[in-house]
Design a protein around this ligand. Structure first.
Ligand code: CA
Length: 229
């Protein structure tokens, strides 16, 4: 078995095609035609990857992705219809790992699914640590290391760091950080993000002598692996 895929798609003809191709490629497929059931299913029987249609009746794909990201790092491949450029970008910001525009070739979909899962294996093979030049992160143990030394961080500080590290080299807006760390239903101010990022940056700097989190003015923050380069 190559992995379990949850397909969330309300159009039964498309669902059937996706299911057929993924099953033939060796995956176990579970499915749902709406967001609420999909969330329940993902919790009850955690999949390795979710193929998520953007346009769903009731709760749409973006809402599902945001809710999922409150407690899950599962890979999400978002399906969008043509001309949903804005939604597509938002979808990626909200935590989809890749997207595919309809109509798509089912072979392409299988290739994308396999590519995402390979990415996961490549990282988990090297033990549980995600290593950078200056620090290493153990996402399961919620610990960051500089050399052999574990950094003293609060749970929230670690979540802030982990969110930035997962998007290393890319900018995360304050809004995205807030959603990923505090959840979509948190209505605090973005100031709290600045405070936590400041604390994390200071701790990293004390431990490594380097500024590993850059402020991108007017946009947000970025984790940089090797700031000297
Ligand atoms: Ca649909």
């Amino acid at each position: 078995m190559k992995g379990k895929i949850l397909v969330v798609e309300d159009e039964s003809s498309i669902l059937t095609i996706i299911r057929t191709y993924l099953t033939n490629a060796g995956f176990t497929v579970i499915s749902s035609d709406n967001g609420l059931d999909a969330l329940a299913l993902a919790k009850q029987s955690p999949p390795d990857l979710i193929v998520l249609d953007l346009n769903l009746p009731g709760m749409d794909g973006l809402d599902v992705a945001v809710r999922l990201r409150e407690w899950s790092d599962v890979y999400i491949l978002m399906l969008t219809a043509r001309g949903e450029e804005v939604d597509r970008i938002t979808g990626l910001q909200l935590g989809a790992d890749d997207y595919l525009t309809k109509p798509f070739s089912p072979r392409e979909l299988v290739a994308r699914v396999e590519a995402l899962l390979r990415r996961r294996r490549a990282t988990s093979f090297r033990s549980h640590l995600t290593r950078f030049q200056n620090i290493a992160i153990d996402p399961d143990g919620h610990v960051a290391y500089a050399g052999d030394k574990a950094l003293d961080m609060t749970a929230t500080e670690f979540q802030v760091l982990w969110a930035l590290v997962r998007h290393a080299g890319r900018v995360l807006t304050r809004d995205q950080l807030m959603t990923q760390v505090w959840g979509a239903n948190y209505y605090g101010t973005e100031r709290v993000v600045d405070v936590y990022v400041g604390q994390v940056r200071r701790k990293l700097q004390e431990a490594t002598g380097k500024v590993l989190i850059e402020t991108v003015r007017g946009v947000g923050y970025k984790f940089v692996d090797d700031p000297d380069r």
